[in-house]
Design a protein around this ligand. Structure first.
Ligand SMILES: C[S@@+](CC[C@H](N)C(=O)[O-])C[C@H]1O[C@@H](n2cnc3c(N)ncnc32)[C@H](O)[C@@H]1O
Length: 426
C-alpha cells in the first residue's frame, strides 16, 4: 500500500486551537503504569502526585482572595518582577519572558514563526497534516498520545475525536507534562495524563480500564522546550549542567555517563547512536580530559569536541557564517549521550513490541522518528508485523515533511513518519 503524501495545507496555530477547544470535562493526572528505564524502585519518592505547579509556586488562580488582594495582615500580592536584560532584546532563555508565556503574546509567536523560529518554551508539532491524514482519528475514538510534549498533536487529535472520544497522554517529563496538562485543561474531550514511559503503555491502558485504543501515536525524541532550557543540559547551544535526562527519576545523567563509561563504550556510543565520524578520537579525549578534571557542563563537552575536530568557538562561528546548513560539530555527541541516558532505543523497541496488542481491530499506530537508528527499528517492526499478520497494512515508503514545513520549522528537517494498521475485524 503506497502512502499518500498530502500537500501541507495552512498550518493551524496551536494557540488558536487551544482557545477554540476550551470546554472542560474532568481532566486528571496521575502517575501510572510506569516503565522507567534505569529507575530504581526506591527512587519514586520525589515523583509528584502532579497536582499544583511544577515549580511549587502557587498560581494566581490558586490563591485565596486574601492572598491575592492582601487582607491587611500582609502586603498585597504583587506579580514577580521579570528578569532584567541588557540591550534591546532578551538573549538568555530565562530572560525571554514573552516567549516562555507565548499564549499571552500571540504577536511574538507570529513574529518568530515567520522567521522560522520556535518561541522558547513552546513546540511546533511536526508533520501534523500527514499524521492526521494517515491515522485519521474519528469522532468517538480512543487516542493514546505516547509523547504528549507541548500537546500540539494531542490538540489536533482531540479536535477530531470530539467529546465522545477519549484522549490519553503520556510523557516522562514532569515539568512539561504538568504545563501541558494545564494548557490542555478545557479541551472538551475526556482526557487523562500519565507521567509514564511509553514502554509501559500497556499498563497505562490497564489502569484506564481499557483493552486497547484506536490510535497510538509517538513523536520521538526531545521537545523544543527541553532543548531550549539550559538547565536540562540537552543542547550544545546552551551552557548548563550536562544532564540530558527527559525523566528526572532516571539515576544517571549525561555527566555520569561521561565520567564512568570506558573508552571503548564511549566510542561505541558515539559511533552506533549518532554515526559520529570521530568517535574514537572523542572517546580518547574524554578519557584524557576527565583524568584531569570532571566534564560536568555542556560547555566542557562542546569545547572538547571542537578541539578534537581542530576548531575553536571562533573558527566554528566563521565556518558556520559561510555554510549556515552545517551541523554543529558537537551535535552528534550530544545526540548519542542523550539517547543512551534515556535508553531511547530500548524504550522504542518495547513500545513496538507492545503496540499491536494495544490496538483495537482497525487501530492505527503512527511514529515520527528523528534519526536513522530509530527509523530502522520502526520500519522493520511494521514490515515484520505485516508479514506475521499482527498488522494488516503498513506504510511502504517513509513519509517526510514538505519543503514548506522545513522552511517554517527547521526542527522538522530530519523527521520521518511511518504508520501501520491492524485488521478491521479480528
Ligand atoms: C518531540 S516531543 C513531542 C511533541 C508533541 N508531539 C507536541 O506536538 O507538542 C517528545 C516528548 O516525548 C517525551 N518522551 C520521550 N521519550 C519518551 C518515552 N519513552 N516515554 C514517554 N515520553 C517520552 C519527551 O519528554 C517529550 O516531551
Amino acid at each position: 500500500m503506497t502512502p499518500i503524501i498530502r500537500a501541507a495545507t495552512a498550518r493551524i496555530n496551536p494557540v488558536c486551537r487551544t482557545e477554540s477547544l476550551r470546554r472542560t470535562i474532568g481532566l486528571h493526572v496521575f502517575d501510572a503504569g510506569e516503565y522507567h528505564a534505569g529507575v530504581a524502585d526506591g527512587d519514586r519518592s520525589g515523583v509528584p502526585g502532579v497536582a499544583g505547579s511544577a515549580t511549587g509556586r502557587k498560581h494566581r488562580a490558586d490563591m485565596s482572595e486574601s492572598e491575592r488582594l492582601g487582607d491587611g495582615a500582609g502586603p498585597p500580592w504583587k506579580p514577580p518582577r521579570r528578569p532584567r536584560y541588557r540591550g534591546t532584546h532578551p538573549r538568555d532563555f530565562r530572560e525571554k519572558y514573552k516567549e516562555r508565556n507565548i499564549e499571552a503574546h500571540p504577536e511574538m509567536a507570529m513574529h518568530l514563526r515567520a522567521k522560522g523560529k520556535t518561541p522558547a518554551g513552546s513546540h511546533v508539532p511536526v508533520m501534523i497534516e500527514q499524521v492526521v491524514a494517515h491515522l485519521h482519528p474519528a469522532p468517538g475514538e480512543i487516542v493514546v498520545d505516547c509523547t504528549l510534549g507541548y500537546g500540539g498533536h494531542a490538540l489536533e487529535f482531540a479536535r477530531r475525536i470530539g467529546p465522545g472520544g477519549r484522549l490519553i497522554g503520556l510523557d516522562v517529563d514532569r515539568i512539561e507534562l504538568e504545563r501541558t496538562r494545564e494548557r490542555l485543561s478545557g479541551i472538551g474531550v475526556p482526557a487523562s495524563f500519565h507521567r509514564s514511559n511509553f514502554a509501559g503503555v500497556d499498563a497505562v491502558l490497564a489502569k484506564e480500564g481499557l483493552d486497547g485504543c484506536d490510535v497510538l501515536f509517538a513523536d520521538l525524541g526531545v521537545s523544543s522546550m527541553q532543548i531550549d532550557d539550559p538547565d536540562r543540559g540537552m543542547s550544545y547551544k546552551h551552557e548548563g549542567p550536562l544532564d540530558l535526562r527527559m525523566d528526572d527519576r532516571l539515576q544517571r545523567t549525561g555527566a555520569d555517563l561521561v565520567r564512568t563509561l570506558g573508552e571503548g563504550e564511549l566510542a561505541e556510543t558515539l559511533r552506533d547512536l549518532a554515526d559520529e565520524p570521530d568517535a574514537e578520537k572523542i572517546a580518547r579525549a574524554i578519557v584524557v580530559r576527565r583524568a584531569a578534571e570532571p566534564l560536568t557542563r555542556t560547555s566542557h563537552l562542546v569545547e572538547l569536541v571542537l578541539a578534537v575536530k581542530g576548531l575553536t568557538t571562533a573558527s566554528w562561528h566563521k565556518q558556520r557564517a559561510s555554510h549556515p546548513a552545517l551541523l554543529h560539530p558537537a551535535a552528534r555527541t550530544f545526540q548519542a549521550f542523550r539517547i543512551l541516558v534515556n535508553d531511547e532505543l530500548g524504550c522504542l523497541k518495547r513500545l513496538l513490541g507492545l503496540a499491536p496488542y494495544c490496538l483495537r481491530p482497525g487501530g492505527r499506530i503512527g511514529i515520527i522518528t528523528f534519526h536513522s537508528g530509530e527509523d530502522r527499528l520502526v520500519k522493520r517492526s511494521f514490515r515484520e508485523g505485516v508479514r506475521t499478520g499482527l498488522y494488516y497494512a503498513a506504510a511502504e515508503e517513509v513519509i517526510v515533511p514538505q519543503r514548506a514545513e522545513v522552511a517554517s520549522n527547521p526542527r522538522s528537517a530530519s523527521a520521518k513518519f511511518r504508520w501501520a494498521a491492524t485488521e478491521p475485524t479480528r
